[in-house]
Structures are given as C-alpha cells and as structure tokens.
Ligand binder design. Structure first.
Ligand code: FMN
Length: 171
C-alpha cells in the first residue's frame, strides 16, 4: 500500500476479530518501530507484547476502558523512561516526542499490514505497571490492541481544513 493510502486508511478500531495476527506481520510492525528516529538516537522506547489470553484480560482490566477493546488478541504496551531521551533548550523533556514517533511508526505499519490498532492513552498506569512488572523508572505512554478489524471500515474521521492549521511564512 502506498504511504498516503496507509495514512488515509488508518483509523482507531475498537472491535477486533479473535484471530491472532501472523508472527511475520508482528515482526515487521516492530521493526518499523525500531527504525524510528529518536533524540540523539537514544532509542529509549520498549515494547511489551501481550498475547496470552489471561494477560490480555489483565491488561484490559488495568486499562479500565474494558467495555471497548474486548476480544483483541494482542496488546502492545509502549514504555520509555525520562532518561531514555533528551531535554531541549527550554528544559522540556522530550521522551514523549520520541515515544510518539515510535508508536506512530508501529501503528502505521500495522495499517500497512491490514491490521487494526487504537492508540490508548487513558488507563490506570499504576495498575498496568503492576500487571506487567514494569520497572519503576519507565512511564507507560501508550497501549494499543492489535488484531484484525471488525468495524468500522473506511477512511479517517473528519479533520480541520488545511487552511485552518497551516500558516505560510508567519502565524
Ligand atoms: C495520544 C492518543 C491517545 C488516545 N487515547 C485513546 C483512549 O484512551 N481511548 C480511546 O478509545 N481512543 C483513544 N485515542 C483515539 C482517538 O480518539 C482517535 O485517534 C481520534 O478520535 C481520531 O480518530 P481516528 O484515529 O479513527 O482517525 C487516542 C489517540 C491518541 C493519538
């Protein structure tokens, strides 16, 4: 699939088929995340792949949005520590930016493979860390289910018009 087609086709799926995605697809998706650029190439993002049904269930529970995302065969949990990235001239920590780039690589690669995802940013972090035995220094920045989509089909939701968000030369 052409890159622009992938960008148009990707959307957030909240209902999944129980079928397990093929190992090769998962490997290619993780490779796309691995190749993402990061601050000074620090590559601080780590990924926890959860497939065992009892662990998948435990992650649902920890997300605390369990009325959605039920039946997803895989959860991918993305983590990074603040020391796994840089600090800019304004003193702002950049780990969230590194994380976002890596996770979006992963999500777009999944769309290329015909797989569904939904970036989940709202969850009980303490509970997720406990369930997955994640060391204290890491922050859980994002979670996505991974699987074959049931619905919806079609292209991305409506977005702001381009002239509302793009400014040439000056704001
Ligand atoms: C950083 C981030 C966090 C998100 N967190 C959640 C979430 O916790 N639960 C959820 O159902 N969707 C979540 N979403 C999905 C957004 O609601 C969705 O991307 C947006 O409405 C646009 O729809 P689309 O992805 O289908 O184009 C999140 C998306 C992003 C990028």
């Amino acid at each position: 699939m052409d890159f622009y087609e992938v960008v148009k086709k990707r959307r957030s799926f909240r209902v999944y088929k129980p079928d397990m995605p093929e190992k090769e697809k998962l490997n290619r998706i993780l490779e796309a995340a691995r190749l993402a650029p990061t601050w000074a190439n620090l590559q601080g993002v780590n990924y926890i792949i959860v497939k065992k049904p009892e662990n998948v269930k435990a992650v649902w529970k920890a997300i605390e949005q369990e009325t959605k995302f039920i039946e997803a065969p895989i959860f991918i949990i993305g983590i990074i520590s603040a020391s796994g990235s840089g600090i800019n001239k304004n003193g702002e920590k950049y780990y969230g930016v590194d994380f976002g780039i890596c996770f979006e690589h992963l999500i777009l690669a999944a769309a290329t493979e015909g797989l569904a995802t939904c970036w989940i940013g709202f969850f009980n972090e303490e509970e997720v860390k406990k369930v997955l035995k994640i060391p204290k220094k890491y922050k859980v920045m994002g979670i996505t289910p991974l699987g074959y989509p049931i619905k919806p089909k079609g292209e991305v939701k409506e977005r702001k018009p381009i002239n509302e968000i793009v400014h040439y030369e000056q704001f």
